[in-house]
Design a protein. Structure first.
Lengths: 437, 437
């Protein structure tokens, strides 16, 4: 692949660095996969092979979707507004038993198309046939942290649980030097994984120095089940197994106590907040303001399309800012700067990628999006942060660059043939309808 | 203006009639301002002067924004994430004291552009210089119910309160036979209007047989203030004044009791729910499931752009469906069909326009939008309702017809010059910055 040499100019840069530096009339120079300069564009005469004109738009770090089941894009709208157990037992589980490698490849390609087109450049995925998810992300040229879901019962992919750990190990080895794809060990949850599986998974994560990703305290049912089985609520139980550590990425954390939060903060556990999914499934509201106040790193995720039903981090930001205001009855919490940080640099920290992505700074990999603000709903602009969180939507993103490579220009995807992907998605849907009928 | 003769074909029609009839491969014929046929398109050979191909998209009634302060589009992002009183006293009120007719005209044009481009065809407005709002809506060819805000203190538009009633009366007379613009009497709230003003406003509404629009029980502070001044909470106080009637449109109703809800249901009072604004200002969560269960008609609104910060009814639908699931901890409440009804036919009922708009039925005025679903985030499609509420966004709307006249085709506005409007909006913003600095 040709080495990039790109200038992005004529826009306001939101760096999302430590000081939230904003640079009006900014200019970014990308060389190869890296940001080689971030600064003012006034009077600068740098030349490059390619110039992208932001036309007065906002230039910001690519967004980070910290929790997805990407291939579930093929289940979007299959079943909604149902009691959780009905939804799972009569729709999602029966369908998931039938999926195969090609299903996951197609579904993840579809999800990547949606994510790029709504400004996401990095995602963290947990699903079945995850080699296919990695392959799809690589084709889309998206940055990702992926992992095969592990649980006690047989998987339609790898079969018995021992094979799941072997599959994960081969996944880690296959991608260990890849510039875009990295791999995590991903036991599903405390109520679907035995203590032995959790401990084995953790050992593997430590051995290969990769994160461990797990659902934690998503629903009250889960909390009750874990308490009943193991005599402790989820976070205490994780702690007692020695798993509450700085390599742990805990998805959801809806039902956690003040004591839990203190423990997570002390141990460096990172949290991904999924407000839309938690609301749609009526799981509860995670105590995000307390998590952040106590020093826990919190990123944002959409969860899978079947429980959201979109992969748009812009609407997730809007929901986050508003949900916690109403939860705390305080309009000042989770202001727009804090929330955009959750979707960028804090999300990068949550995935252990803060040295690579999440902000626009010299030396970081070039994961950059441009937001077109020349639209009625974004005119006039007093405050770019509040525009992004409260008014913009995914389809206001005009350009995306990942790891120095343009993947979308003027809303045209450069790495994926969306007509072909949508056609294949429609074919898969015919089968899905049969599976659940 | 030329009489319309338009066929819309090759899409799935969601009629939103009483039975929620869905017609695949549907065909709608519009003659003049009216829907002359809604039915299957299979084998039909009707000819018309103009044919709009929906290209497999969804054809549905135009959305109804039941509560706006449209010209506040010029304040979007001026101040966010602040305590309510700081926001009002240091930003909104000082700015509003300086606005003039041209400000409201420009701001309302900008809002109309955003609303049309996100699928809204009818809105209910309350603001200052409302003659200009009506003029702007007319220029945009949007359907609306507008009214000058009335309160005890002097208005930058009409001066003393008596003049406000005169202004309202002249507004009613000016537009009384207009096909698009209708007028309501709009006292601001129970804590900014004396009982005399409320009673006079009500008499005028009854005399001209127009609705009365008012903010009710939006915040806990308001409830306390009304109780202190008048010895009763807002809805009881309204009732005691004889105002709780079927011509009353009550915006918000966040803090209402079971008794209040019963009274509203019995008296036919209609409610507009504004979830995003109520969340962003941390006002509270309206008991929408109870209101609907008790038989109160509930429509959706965005409120003004300064407290939302968008006019997109699609995100309002998404928020409504999710917010009440988490409030009640029940994922089955406010399902996608119910929520789309709130944004269409129930919204029309709330504004007293159910004979005119809100559903696609023969004889109704032709207020129709087309949603382009040939996109990754809307493919495949199992359920059009859940796609609309949970996955689509305003900018997925490709076409809009209001009162039989196309106002947007392939996302190009036909009635407004948006470049010119945005330029004027940017000029106004320079002044606004000075006002609050």
């Amino acid at each position: 692949m040709q080495q990039s040499d790109i200038i992005i100019k004529n826009g306001t840069i939101l760096t999302m660095n430590r000081e939230n530096t904003v640079i009006e009339d900014g200019l970014i120079h990308v060389k190869g996969d890296t940001i080689s300069r971030v600064g003012s564009g006034g009077g600068v005469t740098i030349e490059a092979e390619k110039t992208i004109d932001a036309h007065g738009g906002l230039i910001l770090p690519g967004l980070i979707n910290g929790h997805t089941h990407a291939a579930m894009s093929l289940f979007r709208g299959l079943a909604d507004d149902l009691p959780l157990m009905d939804w799972l037992n009569n729709y999602i589980f029966p369908a998931e038993r039938r999926i195969d490698a090609d299903f996951v490849f197609t579904g993840t390609l579809l999800a990547c198309a949606e994510m790029i087109m709504s400004g996401t450049t990095t995602f963290c995925d947990m699903y079945l046939f995850e080699k296919e998810a990695a392959r799809a992300a690589r084709k889309a040229q998206m940055r990702c942290l992926v992992g095969e879901v592990l649980y006690d019962f047989p998987s339609p992919n790898y079969g018995s649980v021992e094979k799941g750990l072997e599959y994960t190990e081969s996944l880690i080895k296959k991608w260990q030097n890849d510039p875009l794809v990295s791999v995590a060990v991903e036991p599903h949850s405390l109520f679907t994984c035995s203590p032995d599986l959790l401990i084995s998974a953790n050992e593997m994560a430590l051995r290969y120095e990769v994160p461990m990703v797990i659902h934690v305290a998503e629903t009250l049912n889960e909390v009750e089940e874990v308490k009943e089985k193991y005599g402790k609520p989820p976070v205490e139980y994780l702690y007692s197994l020695g798993l509450l550590d700085s390599h742990l990425i805990a998805d959801h954390c809806v039902h956690v106590s003040e004591q839990d939060i203190k423990k997570m903060a002390k141990n460096g556990t990172r949290v991904i907040h999924n407000p839309e999914s938690n609301m749609k499934l009526a799981s509860g509201i995670a105590p995000v303001t307390e998590l952040i106040t106590r020093g826990v790193t919190v990123g944002l995720g959409t969860d899978g399309c079947a429980s959201n039903n979109n992969l748009d981090i812009f609407t997730e930001m809007d929901m986050t800012a508003k949900l916690h205001k109403i939860q705390t009855m305080d309009p000042t919490v989770l202001d727009s700067v804090t929330v955009l940080r959750m979707a960028t640099i804090e999300g990068a920290k949550a995935l252990g990628m803060e040295d690579i992505t999440g902000s626009l700074e010299t030396g970081k990999k070039a994961d950059i999006i441009i937001l077109d603000v020349d639209k009625p709903h974004l005119t006039p602009m007093y405050n770019p942060y509040s525009h992004i969180v409260y008014a913009a939507r995914g389809n206001d993103v005009s350009h995306s660059i990942i790891n120095g490579q343009p993947v979308m220009e003027d809303r045209k995807l450069l790495t994926l043939d969306i007509e072909e992907i949508m056609e294949r998605a429609r074919e898969k849907a015919i089968k899905v309808r049969e599976w659940v009928s």
